[in-house]
Design a protein around this ligand. Structure first.
Ligand code: KG4
Ligand code: ZN
Length: 344
């Protein structure tokens, strides 16, 4: 058995997990920093880094104790090395380096996006390459052809905001609080998705990318008229996001006929309207639809440990001295576009 200790600290979740190569999560902890950031209506990088630094050591102890193992039983350490808020990434990566140095075990600096991209295989051993991944979170909105471990082709990204970022900003405009996604979804339940006419940026466009900035501005204008119920605005906004994701994903499915499945990951995948939309789209193309359980969709350390397991199994050797990177595209050949969808 190979045992990997994973650490995640790239945004506002501090997380630690122990994962085996036969897909067992022996122990895991995820500490959200919602309470720290709520007064500011968004993630404050400096506060996030401090919170990671305070929490990591006790969480590491707790996870090792719960699994009944010590560092000596661990085969490798995995820590997120980017992309993300640089202060937090450094806290996790340096902690990983210290543990690796003290225990003499190898350290894998993991790309957070690779963690999301491979997480569905942690729960679904039958999911084979290649598959089409829609990664929708607070920091990212990308369509990725996952062709193998370490082999990712970015088909599309956002030219401005990420989908989750749009949810968070709309929640702020509507006075629904932080984090915005779940609040908008709750409000939308009581609203009419056809009540407020809103744009669907880039739908039907020849280019593959996403855009949410224009939609966000249109929501602001609709709010300012004072003519619409909050629930109707929330429902209409959510419907517009569903339509955009569906249109862009459909284009990617056509561009990737070899895909074995449509997979969704990232915090926005928690949204049931979005899940239902994607499920229907996959079915219409005869593709299985795979959405990992929510605690694996949002940021967590099990996916970071699992990405290291996949890299070990694929025979990839880790960088000798990985550096913390605020930006780290999964597909180095992808053309940079405006925004690039990294929360900062
Ligand atoms: O993956 P994640 O936990 O962290 C990042 O890497 O960003 O995603 C968090 C994002 C936030 O923008 C949050 O508002 C959004 O996911 N989110 C949702 C829902 N739950 C979380 N968006 C829409 N509907 C939801 N139910
Ligand atoms: Zn993430």
């Amino acid at each position: 058995m190979t045992l990997v200790l994973g650490i995640e600290s790239s945004c506002d979740e501090t997380a630690v997990a122990l994962v085996t190569d036969d897909r067992r999560i022996l122990a895991e902890r995820i500490a959200s920093q919602e309470a720290e950031h709520r007064p500011f209506g968004g993630v404050v990088p400096e506060l996030a880094a401090r919170a990671h630094a305070e929490r990591l050591a006790p969480m590491l102890e707790a996870v090792l104790a719960e699994a009944g193992v010590t560092l000596a039983d661990v085969d490798a350490i995995a820590a997120t090395a980017g992309p993300g808020l640089i202060g937090g990434v450094m806290v996790g990566l340096v902690t990983g380096k210290a543990l690796a140095f003290a225990s003499g075990k190898p350290l894998h600096g993991i790309n957070h996006l690779e963690g999301h991209a491979l997480s569905p295989r942690l729960v679904d051993p039958g999911l084979g390459f290649p598959y089409l991944l829609l990664l929708v979170s607070g920091g990212h909105c990308q369509l990725i052809a996952v062709e193998g471990v370490g082999r990712y082709r970015r088909l599309a990204t956002t030219i401005d905001d990420a989908a989750g970022e749009a949810f968070d900003k709309v929640a702020k405009m509507l006075g629904l609080g932080f984090p915005g996604g779940p609040a908008v979804e709750r409000a939308a339940m009581a609203g009419n998705p056809k009540a407020v006419p809103l744009p669907r940026p880039l739908i039907g466009s020849g280019e593959p990318h996403f855009s949410f900035a224009g939609l966000k501005t249109a929501v602001l204008r609709a709010t300012e008229t004072g003519r619409h119920e909050t629930a109707d605005i929330a429902a209409s906004f959510q419907q517009a996001v569903c339509d955009c994701l569906e249109d862009r994903a459909r284009r990617a499915i056509r561009a990737m006929p070899e895909a074995s499945a449509l997979v969704v990951a990232g915090g926005v995948a928690a949204n049931s309207a979005i899940r239902t939309t994607l499920e229907r789209l996959a079915a219409a193309h005869g593709l299985p639809f795979i959405a990992p359980p929510l605690r694996l969709c949002t940021d967590n350390a099990a996916m970071i440990a699992w990405a290291a397991q996949e890299r070990i199994a694929a025979g990839l050797t880790p960088d000798a001295d990985p550096q913390a990177r605020p930006r780290w595209p999964l597909d180095p050949a992808a053309e940079p576009v405006r925004g690039a969808g990294v929360k900062a």
